[in-house]
Design a protein around this ligand. Structure first.
Ligand code: PLP
Length: 360
């Protein structure tokens, strides 16, 4: 067993690069190309995304999800602006203050909410509580950001997105979607990219690709190109205008063509569903949120945890319990195999004292 490869469910960015995307990079690696996005690949990304979203979009490739979120939110945002999001949001928890930095000081205001989701009612109540007579004393409500797939591995329904957008637009707020796991949510809901975004009121999207098979590529997508007016200056000033842009753009082309993004997300979600189904029946394992995409949260008893670790399974854990158990996050990805999920489940069963079929 120790000579078997480890099973790594720590994150979706522990995976390598999808072969189709590496091939697209290699195809782009011939001859010369004009820098800073003046190349044919970058133009093609805009065309492909306008097709996928069924309307003319303004799309800007960047190399990290943090820059995508921070730039998407900073665009059009006053430094005294206020951004609403869930307390678990990546922009709140995991970006070292990048949205505040890129916007020149906008304030993040967080909501709790079940299953990692912000609720339209909470947002409405909060906005209604602001007294217009004292508005100048408060940061100006400017944007709401939701994460699809959420940080808890759940997925907002189209109705939930539309309800949040409605409240936001009634108060003049921009609606941003952090789509680091956009494709996973899309295939989970089985809807179109247009339905999950602008048709439900999303104004700007951080479209992730890295976690679902790219090397380093994301796109900021504005559904009203007029709203992107100052984006390019902000991207350059923020150090995210990549000079050999064709190598970011060609990744996005390899990702979006031939449904590579969708089949990768389907594979990841199916792997998580197998883990969900298998772990559900194991004593000493508790599943904490509905498993709707490619990420799940569990508690593991001490014995289950130690066999998983002995069998070479890696994942993030926290909060040790008296029996040595922990909370854990499991993330599957575009190339997680059936063998990996089966081995993981066998190890968990072994730890719980159950008999296993296929474990060696
Ligand atoms: C991973 C992730 C990002 C982007 O992170 P980078 O490390 O900056 O690429 C953004 N949002 C969510 C929800 C994520 O999980």
């Amino acid at each position: 067993m120790s000579n078997r490869p480890e099973i790594n469910f720590a994150s979706d960015n522990v995976a390598g690069v999808a072969p189709e995307i590496l091939a697209a990079l290699t195809r782009a690696n011939t001859g010369t190309a004009m820098p800073y996005g003046g190349d044919e690949w970058t133009e093609q990304v805009g065309t492909i995304l306008s097709g996928i979203f069924e309307r003319e979009v303004a799309a800007f490739p960047v190399a990290t999800g943090t820059s995508a979120n921070a730039l998407a939110l900073a665009t059009g945002m006053p430094p005294y602006g206020q951004i609403f999001c869930h307390e678990s949001a990546h922009i709140e928890e995991d970006e070292a203050g990048a949205p505040e930095f890129y916007s020149g000081g906008a304030k993040l205001t967080v909501f709790s909410g079940e299953n990692g989701k912000l609720s339209a009612n909470d947002l409405a109540a909060r906005l209604a509580s602001i007294d217009p007579d004292s508005a100048v004393h408060h940061p100006l409500p400017s944007a709401v950001s939701i994460t699809q797939t959420t940080e808890k591995g759940t997925v907002y329904s189209l109705d939930e997105i539309a309800a949040i957008s409605q409240v936001a637009h009634d108060h003049g707020l921009t609606v941003h979607m952090d789509g680091a796991r956009f494709a996973n949510a899309l295939v989970a809901l089985d809807v179109t990219p247009a339905e999950m975004t602008w048709k439900a009121g999303i104004d700007v999207l951080s479209l992730g690709a890295t976690k679902n098979g790219a090397m380093a590529a994301e796109a900021v997508v504005f559904f009203d190109p007029a709203k992107a007016a100052d984006f390019e200056f902000r991207r350059k000033r923020g150090g995210h205008l990549v000079s050999k842009m064709r190598f970011i753009s060609s990744q996005l082309i390899g990702y979006l063509q031939d449904d590579v993004w969708l089949s990768g997300a389907r594979n990841a979600n199916a792997a998580a569903a197998r883990l969900d189904a298998g772990l559900r029946d194991i004593p000493g394992v508790e599943i904490l949120f509905p498993v709707q995409a490619n990420m799940m949260f569990v508690t593991l008893s001490g014995p289950v945890l130690s066999v998983l670790q002995e069998e070479g399974c890696r994942f993030y854990t926290w909060g040790e319990m008296p029996d040595g158990g922990v909370s854990a996050r499991l993330v599957t990805t575009f190339n997680t195999t059936e063998e990996e999920t089966a081995r993981f489940l066998d190890a968990a069963r072994l730890g719980a004292g159950l008999s296993v079929g296929s474990a060696a």
